[in-house]
Design a protein around this ligand. Structure first.
Ligand SMILES: Nc1ncnc2c1ncn2[C@@H]1O[C@H](COP(=O)(O)OP(=O)(O)O)[C@@H](O)[C@H]1O
Ligand SMILES: [Mg+2]
Length: 415
């Protein structure tokens, strides 16, 4: 860390994410504090990085909107690229959710602003790609702002130049991103749905001890019902999180409106009385934790014993989501769980033992296509991959990568 980035004097660290490190800094020209984000090396790790960085920084700055964190400046210091933005002093939605679930009334204005920001960007051809509670920041008055526009895109451009399919934060990732298919505005709608889910539930829609398992859940599983949340709200969240893009809300604003509509007294229905199981109790979440020395996502949730008991005695109430009500029969879910367990055991077989369990959200990053360990995982996971020509691997440091078949040709699995 430098003491100064351009004219900005570093005053302290704020936090560290998968794509960079954020500092509080002083701008002597305007005599105000700002946030300076130093981009992680992997985000812009090639010779054309500087040009693309400038292009993206200008694109973000052009996205002027009352609910988008404004970018003030950008530059390079000692080989490090940095973005200067407004300092938001109210913490993030992730910080807020860490203290407990949000009531819908409290969440609505947040979703409304984030949705406006997304629709504004989408109308200008910009997809965020990394919508998540940690990227929803609050000012001192509690107004929500969406941050980190363009950062994921920078990482993706680097990735495409190096031939890697990038995966964002697995916890909020749309099925199409998990499968390495093209990202569209609908992908942001999905991630906003996952963000709303986490805010209402106090836990993410899908959690497991292994990032790959989370990816597979995004691709295959219905988000479980949230205890105490109205069916109409659940239906809206599930529609936002529909597996197929056309079945989701057409805009982020439509999701916000649907949620606001459920908050009106005449629209409220009965609440779901019992916590539905997040995953069948047999899902080897805890078992895997003991077998695999994998990094733990920060948001791992294991059903409490009483929840599991409730789950065993009471089948999940199926709440039809608009446009989509399919839930696989329980035996298929069971088979998938067994398959996943086998896959996890295979991971153990090829895992190179590094690290031990660590906490923290799996980093949003790319892996080299030729990475031998990950390539071995790709080969091993071939059978559990959800798509014909695409599959995912996880490295010992918790980073996740997805490959098309062509990538495998160049990889050398270890013996
Ligand atoms: N403009 C900002 N003002 C204040 N805090 C910020 C700002 N941007 C990011 N942060 C905080 O810095 C930390 C790291 O952010 P980031 O690098 O974007 O990682 P992530 O989004 O993955 O958490 C987070 O705690 C985030 O809340
Ligand atoms: Mg961020």
């Amino acid at each position: 860390m430098a003491e100064r980035y351009g004219r900005y004097e570093v005053r302290g660290g704020i936090g560290h994410g998968g794509m960079g490190t954020v500092y509080r800094a002083w701008d002597p020209r305007f005599r105000r504090e700002v946030a300076v984000k130093i981009l992680a090396a992997n985000v812009l790790a090639d010779s054309t990085a500087r040009t693309r960085f400038e292009h993206e920084a200008r694109a973000i700055a052009a996205l002027e909107h009352h609910a988008i964190v404004p970018v003030y400046d950008f530059g390079e210091e000692g080989g490090e690229l940095y973005l200067v933005m407004r300092l938001l002093s109210g913490g993030s939605l992730a910080d807020r959710v860490a203290r407990g679930p949000l009531p819908l009334e409290e969440l609505l204005p947040v979703v409304q602003r984030v949705a406006e920001a997304l629709d504004h960007a989408h109308a200008r051809g910009v997809v965020h790609r990394d919508v998540k509670p940690a990227n929803v920041l609050f000012d001192g008055a509690g107004n929500a702002f969406l941050s980190d526009f363009g950062i994921a895109r920078m990482a993706e451009q680097t990735a495409s130049l190096t031939g890697v399919g990038v995966v964002g934060s697995p916890t909020y990732m749309s099925p199409e991103q998990a499968e390495g298919r093209p990202v569209t505005p609908a992908s942001d709608v999905y991630s906003l749905g996952a963000t709303v889910y986490e805010a209402l539930a106090g836990r993410p829609p899908f959690a497991a001890d292994h990032p790959l398992a989370v990816l597979l859940q995004h691709i295959r599983d219905e988000p479980p019902a949230i205890a105490g949340v109205q069916p109409a709200v659940m239906a809206a969240v599930r529609r936002a999180m529909a597996k197929r893009e056309p079945e989701r809300f057409g805009t982020a604003g439509a999701l916000a409106s649907a949620l606001a509509h459920t908050a009106r007294p005449e629209a409220s229905g009965p609440t779901v009385a019992t916590a539905a199981p997040v995953v069948p109790p047999a899902l080897p979440a805890t078992a895997v934790a003991t077998r695999v020395a994998a990094p733990l996502p920060r948001t791992v949730v294991t059903p409490a014993p009483e929840e599991r008991a409730a789950a065993a005695s009471q089948p999940e109430r199926v709440i039809p989501a608009s446009g989509r009500s399919r839930r696989p029969p329980i035996w298929i879910a069971g088979a998938a769980v067994v398959l996943l367990g086998v896959a996890m055991a295979l991971v153990q077989a090829v895992w190179d033992g590094g690290g031990g369990a660590r906490s923290g959200t799996p980093p949003t990053t790319a892996l080299a296509k030729s990475d031998a360990t990950a390539a071995a995982l790709v080969v091993r996971f071939k059978k559990v991959s959800a798509s014909e020509d695409h599959t995912c691997g996880v490295k010992t440091d918790g980073t996740v990568a997805c490959w098309g078949d062509t990538g495998l040709d160049q990889a050398t699995p270890p013996t």
